[in-house]
Write a protein that binds this ligand. Sequence first.
Ligand code: ADP
Length: 327
Amino acid sequence: MHDHAHAHDPSRDHDLDDATYDLLVVGSANADLVVGVERRPAPGETVLGSDLVTHPGGKGANQSVAAARLGARTALLARVGDDAHGRLLLDSQRAAGADTVGVLVGGAPTGVALITVDPSGDNSIVVSPGANARLTPEDIRAAGSLLAASRVVSTQLEIPVESVTEVVRTLPATARFVLNPSPPAPLPDEVLAACDPLVVNEHEARYILGDDAAPGDSPEDWARALLTLGPRSVVITLGARGALTADGSGSPVTVPSPKVDAVDTTGAGDAFTAALAWRLGLGEELPTAAAYAARVGATSVTRQGAQESYPTADEVAGQMEGQVEGA
Ligand code: ADP
């Protein structure tokens, strides 16, 4: 049904030219509430922590900001509460240049991640999904015109899986579907079959493959095994080692990540996926788009935070020059 040569199909190019958005992200928006602690409280105990720091976050909101910062025409379809956290998230989207026409307001408090960080840098996180859990299949259907106006639609699993399934059903034939199944959960076959690509880290690959992860237990083996589950293509992110791409047309391709001094890897996967989805929508081949995404991910880990750490296209280009000069 799906033709992998579509990037060169002129009828498809026409459809792409009509698109209003390079990327529509359908996903979560959370306020990240961060407190530093000397140690975590035991049950019944109270400990004092540092001043509260509040960041805009959530995988959907992060991806949308990452793409918009790079210059992609980006929109976010999400749900936030009618509260201060919701306004913080809307503000950060607008500041990055993302269109918030698809951000629904109300129904529940904005999702929050309650994060404690200990002196070793380890996080403990409680997520209250709040409004994210109320982004329903009906909301997706009602946003049909937004989906129809987008080259690529990217989702994650911090919203109900039924809503992700509805995205797949509502998607126009001209649009490309990208899924980062995080946090991992069982996926309907029709969702797996639509992924082009399915973007997973090592943990997510192992979750989806379950007992099938065994054979050679290398990323190449996982990529081949994941392809047998139905996605049109697969990308496995490998942290500092970069990423692996596979579309079944040949052997999996390894894409290196630039060597950088990592300061904070929070949100690197979201930046990677957003950049990948955008570049694929521009017509780049999978390994080329993944190589660009790896540079974006690498740049983001050189700075603190998630959304605050995302580079512009100029900064990504500068990072590349630094590589060449340093070589
Ligand atoms: P996730 O955050 O979802 O687990 P990864 O840790 O694999 O995802 O990171 C996503 C991408 O970000 C990687 O493919 C890589 O390009 C980049 N990246 C992450 N950590 C580093 C690092 N320490 N050095 C260079 N690039 C990195």
